[in-house]
Every structure is written in structure tokens, then in C-alpha cells.
Design a protein around this ligand. Structure first.
Ligand code: FES
Length: 157
């Protein structure tokens, strides 16, 4: 974002926060997509909270920045527009509905597949939104598509 103060521009500093936009803008747009050190991410503004995650869905790389936000079982989730996978904004967990075959008439229960989508840290300083990429020593399924769509990091960015 041209309006952000330029900070942490070295290629080696990819664990440092990078400015991706302004809080006053995301309050209207509800989401911002950005490239942070070559990695495509999306920041959602939902119920006055900011959540950043890998932009490409862990399932098959779908565009999560185009997904609707829904409350599922008390958790805010983005619904991937491609195959409707549900991903919690807070933790990146994939949710699914389980049916007990022994009791098929009972309402399906929402269950977690575990953390699938990589979540990044969002901070706000002087009205600017910063994203810090999460520690890549732990792997997440969304890493596959983050790597596949990785953009070259320009030495001057
Ligand atoms: Fe997201 Fe399939 S790519 S649900």
C-alpha cells in the first residue's frame, strides 16, 4: 500500500511486521488482500477484530478473500467460495459436520479437522495495519498453495 509508511524492507527481515493498509479503509471494505514478503494473505475485519490468514484455501487454493463470513457454532468462519469449506478466522481450523451413523437422526455436530489454514499476526499502529508472518517452522496445509502462488520479493520492497 502506497500510503503506508515503509518499514522493514530488507528481504531477510520477513519475520518483521509489514504494513498492509489502513484501519479506516478496512472498516468499509471488511477485508484487505496483500502480499507480505511474497506471501499472499488476507486480513478480515469482523466484529471489530482483525484476522490475517493465508489467502489461498488449504483445500485446493481457493480465493478466501472472496469468501463470505458466517457464524458457525459460535465461531466466525470464512466460507471458501470454491467448495464451501469453513475456516475459523481466529484459529484457521477447518470445520465439518459429523453424523454419528449409529444415531443418524441426531443433528449433525460441528467438529474441527484441526488447524489447516495458516494464521498470521495483525497489529495496528497509528491507524496502520501490520501483518507479521507466523513461524514457518510449524507447517500448515495452506503452505502448499502459499508456496505455489508465492510472488517474487523485489529487492526494493
Ligand atoms: Fe477452498 Fe476447495 S478450495 S473449499
Amino acid at each position: 500500500d502506497q500510503n503506508c509508511p515503509v518499514e522493514n524492507t530488507s528481504k531477510e527481515d520477513n519475520d518483521l511486521p509489514l504494513c498492509v493498509g489502513k484501519i479506516e479503509d478496512i472498516k468499509y471494505s471488511k477485508r484487505i488482500s496483500a502480499t507480505v514478503y511474497g506471501r499472499e494473505i488476507v486480513v478480515f475485519y469482523h466484529e471489530e477484530n482483525l484476522h490475517a490468514m493465508d489467502l489461498h484455501c488449504y483445500h485446493a487454493g481457493g480465493p478466501l478473500h472472496l469468501g463470505e463470513i458466517e457464524d458457525i457454532n459460535g465461531q466466525a468462519c470464512v466460507i471458501c467460495p470454491w467448495h464451501k469449506y469453513k475456516i475459523t478466522l481466529a484459529t484457521g481450523e477447518g470445520l465439518y459436520q459429523a453424523i454419528d451413523p449409529k444415531h443418524p437422526s441426531v443433528m449433525p455436530k460441528w467438529c474441527s479437522k484441526g488447524m489447516k489454514q495458516r494464521i498470521h499476526t495483525v497489529t495496528v499502529k497509528n491507524g496502520d495495519i501490520y501483518v507479521t508472518l507466523s513461524d514457518t517452522s510449524l507447517s500448515f496445509e495452506s503452505d502448499h498453495y502459499a508456496d505455489k502462488y508465492k510472488k517474487p520479493v523485489h529487492p526494493s520492497l
